[in-house]
Design a protein around this ligand. Structure first.
Ligand SMILES: [Zn+2]
Length: 180
């Protein structure tokens, strides 16, 4: 269920005349003495396609839902006040133990996504980067990761990825390469 469907009353005055419009983004409390306006925007998230000198790509098998057992890329939600590049480096360190050079990241593409967690669907905007990585073999499955897979491009099936945004990014990368 989309997050806004869980909101039935105003969080400031508890009034029940709490409506949402503009594509589930804009809440308005119609209690005149309150009049709270509240916006729920897409959360920023990142992912990174890391490729080694031999052209192999680093793919993850997800340890937890959403998408447990399916494939993914290093990445996750951007923290408040954090840049997308810093989020890529942090998530890559947390998930596979690799330290990336932020200057080596190239912006690749973006896609809107829905992220279902504990019965609530969040709208996200996923920003994808790519980067060369000389030491992919040192990647180890850590937080939220069941398995690290180093795969040649022809071995990668985008359909096996958990999220449509990741599928699209990987498919585009395979089609166009790192210079897309
Ligand atoms: Zn109110």
């Amino acid at each position: 269920m989309i997050l806004t469907r869980h909101f039935h009353s105003c969080p400031r005055c508890s009034g029940r005349e709490f409506t949402v419009d503009q594509g589930d983004r804009h809440f308005l409390c119609r209690v005149p003495a309150c009049g709270l306006e509240f916006f729920l925007n897409s959360a920023a998230a990142v992912g990174v396609i890391l490729y080694g000198p031999d052209g192999r790509l680093l793919i993850l098998r997800r340890a937890h839902d959403p998408g447990r057992g399916l494939l993914g890329l290093p990445g996750g939600f951007v923290d408040d006040g954090e840049t997308a590049e810093a989020a890529v480096c942090r998530e890559t360190r947390e998930e596979v133990g690799l330290d990336l050079d932020p200057g080596a990241l190239s912006y690749f593409t973006s896609a809107a996504n829905l992220y279902l967690y504990h019965g609530v669907t969040y709208q996200t905007l996923d920003l994808y980067f790519s980067a060369p990585c000389a030491n992919l073999e040192q990647a180890r499955a850590q937080a939220e990761v069941a398995e690290v897979i180093l795969a040649r491009p022809e071995e990668v099936d985008p359909a096996a990825f958990a999220f449509p945004s990741g599928r699209a990014a990987v498919a585009r990368f395979l089609r166009q390469g790192k210079n897309a």
